[in-house]
Ligand binder design. Sequence first.
Ligand SMILES: C[S@@+](CC[C@H](N)C(=O)[O-])C[C@H]1O[C@@H](n2cnc3c(N)ncnc32)[C@H](O)[C@@H]1O
Length: 299
Amino acid sequence: MVELVASYETDLGRCFHADALTVLRSIESESVDLVLTSPPYALRRKKRYGNVSAQQYIDWFLPFTEQIYRVLRASGSFVFEIAAPWKQGTGTRSLFLYELILELCKTFHLCQELYWYNPSRLPTPAEYVTVRRSRVKDAVHVVWWLGKTSTPKADNRRVLRPYSNSMLRLFRDGVKPAVRPSQHRISETFDRNHGGAIPPNLLEIPNTTSADPYLKACKEAGLVPHPARFPAALPDFIIRLLTEKGDIVFDPFAGSNVTGQVAELLGRRWIACEQDVDYVSGSRLRFAHSRQPQPTSIP
Ligand SMILES: C[S@@+](CC[C@H](N)C(=O)[O-])C[C@H]1O[C@@H](n2cnc3c(N)ncnc32)[C@H](O)[C@@H]1O
């Protein structure tokens, strides 16, 4: 196992300025509970007509996912978000994400798609939404949840939401057993209070940035903030759902390390890695008590 020196560490985590593949290769097999990331939508070589080559991206990404599969525990999950691309100049979607998922599910299990709806998203694809007016705003990202097995650790009781007013009324007034037009049977137990509502797989999370302390800290330090950060509520939901305190969360393409910060706040251990030194420096500003670590093997 290669020993890498982290750029900074906290009581619960370590951030590496390194290539994700190098860090992945130095992590012990079956030691990580959750890999949560948003990989770069990077195409090294574009085709002549400026289109995305699905196979190129898949070929680039697979060595990372092979390592991700190896480092995950049997109860572990791999969750990632990549903005679904449009084929340039056509107003139609590239299918590469679907091809990627089909490829990954030769080993992983597709547990569920989570839909992240960002109501503050600007109109894209602009040409088709605002000029030609032939598409509507593209404001939902698919977050893919893959399991190493078909039964990864997960518990929706960790992400319960406040009950709606109509549900609270049902608790007060009771429910009459009935069969809905959809043939679903509503039984007496429907009005049992479980401490909160089970959330749907549509997560409405605005990605607004103005009050983000990270932005202020970057400005004061003269660093350019990362332009494509997770809203903290997204990793918060996923980390709660899929891990418990003390578990290990790993973000191989960490950017500004929102994943590490949220994991730390939730009492999870974390590993982050980012190849751009400025983003690593900026991410360190998220942690008031970070320090310079000594060489050790990871995790
Ligand atoms: C979409 S961004 C991640 C943003 C992150 N989710 C956040 O909330 O800040 C992807 C990041 O992956 C980094 N990256 C690209 N290739 C990498 C590699 N081979 N190893 C490590 N990081 C890489 C990029 O520099 C970029 O910051």
